[in-house]
Design a protein. Structure first.
Length: 191
């Protein structure tokens, strides 16, 4: 809708109403991405985690807070097989068991297990360098994605027909992140 209004505004006489709506669009555009902050208090941490997945999933998931030295503390015990947390880059997420194994492999620079995993990131992410997960500081091939889910694991390569370019043309459409690396996975926008 925002793009449509902007187009119409350029094509005709630009009015104050359209300007106000466009300003509103800009605010919403910023809100589709989470901040890099990792809250240090439990209530704030849990509140941010809750933006990662549907309420009924988070309510029955294990919620963990990363501590120093690769340790984590469980803030909520889970019963549905999902684990929710805030990643070191500030992105809140909920992952199934295989999704967690995959993320540990990425974090530990290890080969991911030959499994398929699923991860919710319904708050969007804080951005990534699409050529490699361990070279984020280069800001090369930078891509930031709004609310999405991810299918991860080496077997995702069997899902054909998704763009595999380093520079993502449109992150509002499904695409492959980290193409050609052991960590390539599918990014599927949800709105
Ligand atoms: Cu993601």
């Amino acid at each position: 809708m925002c793009a449509k209004i902007r187009k119409g505004c350029l094509a005709s006489t630009c009015c104050l109403v359209a300007a106000v709506i466009i300003a509103g669009c800009a605010v919403r555009a910023q809100q589709q991405y989470p901040t890099a902050e990792i809250p240090t208090t439990e209530p704030a941490y849990i509140a941010k985690v809750k933006t990662a997945a549907p309420e009924q999933i988070v309510n029955k998931a294990s919620i963990v807070m990363m501590q120093g030295g690769g340790k984590s503390r469980e803030l909520q015990a889970g019963s549905n097989g999902y684990t929710c947390l805030i990643s070191p880059d500030g992105t809140p997420l909920c992952a199934d068991q295989n999704g967690m194994e995959w993320m540990k492999a990425v974090g530990g620079k290890a080969e991911p297990p030959d499994k398929i995993g699923f991860i919710y990131m319904l708050a969007g992410d804080t951005g990534a360098t699409n050529h490699h997960p361990h070279q984020r500081e280069t800001r090369m091939h930078w891509v930031q994605t709004g609310p999405h889910v991810m299918i991860v694991g080496p077997r995702v390569r069997e899902m054909a027909g998704y763009p595999r370019t380093l520079d993502v043309a449109d992150p509002n459409q499904p695409y492959v992140m980290f193409p050609g690396t052991p960590y390539e996975h599918l990014m599927l926008p949800t709105n």
